[in-house]
Write a protein that binds this ligand. Sequence first.
Ligand code: AHR
Length: 359
Amino acid sequence: MYFKRVIATAIILMLGIWFAGCTDSAAHENENPDVEAASERITVGFSQLGAESDWRSENTESMKATFTEENGYTLIFEDGQQKQANQIRAIRMFIQQEVDYIVLAPVMETGWETVLQEAKDAGIPVIIVDRKVDVSDDSLFTCWIGSDFELEGKKAAEWLNRYATAKGIAPTDIHVVNIQGTKGSSPQIGRTKGLADAARANGWDLMAEVPGDFTQAKGKEVMESLLRQYADINVVYCENDNEAFGAIEAIEAAGKKVGSDITGGEIMVISFDGVNREAIRYTLEGKITCIAECNPLHGPRVKAMIEALETGGTPEKFSYVDEGIFSADQTVDVLNIDGTDYEVTILTEESMSGDDKNR
Ligand code: AHR
């Protein structure tokens, strides 16, 4: 914290005065610019939840590229490997190390009260990033930055609704399965709700909701099993791109075709993230029909929050990032959700050429 660094600087100054009283040669022997520079830096303990997806890798990279020594930070990075217990252990370690800030990307929403209370008692501000925590006392964390996951789900579902309406497809002819993300995580809760609400409102046949843990391997395994159980699936709603890659593998291995002709035997793949090259290529090829964007580049956003706190400011308690929706299919160009218009970005080979098709 700021106060801690002021004390450290004062100690260094006092030591400097003391050294000045020593002989020149003795003073030179004891100077250690590295120690001084380190004590000036802000220490951030970041508990990342894991490395399950391309989105997560981009998110980790954004944090590591932001919290560098050149930028005035010492970053202590801990990978929770998808286990809340590991993340709790990391937070306790950060408290023992007396870091200046704790940044937490929580694997799931519940179960954080005790450890966040410990951080609060230690006087360490906690910034929550990406997913949310479900706590009864909001003062247990300083602020949160991330995506509106339910809005992402509403966008994807509304895209399907507009598409079906434009093509004259009856709601009862939409047989959709949902490969969900990690159960109990904010993106799973929000995206699942977005689809379930739309299915109920529009009269779609929502056949199954099965967790796929946001991974390609589980997405494939779940899709294989769903294809064995249900003969008439024509839409698969994957709660991230890695699950979509796995689902596409399973669909093609079963001798079926992915695409948007859902009354002509194809299975439409709808997805989330839009982070990597492969997802964009699949979209251009029509293998993924629509992607609701989820933006992982939170490093600079968290840094801005810390800078505000350092200068006595108060960041917004909840900050949502702006996100779009992508498709190579031109049927739907705009969505209206709760009174707001969202333009669909139509991806073409031309619009993506010259781009590295990556963020
Ligand atoms: O919390 C963000 C989600 O987590 C991303 O959509 C997904 O890819 C990741 O694993």
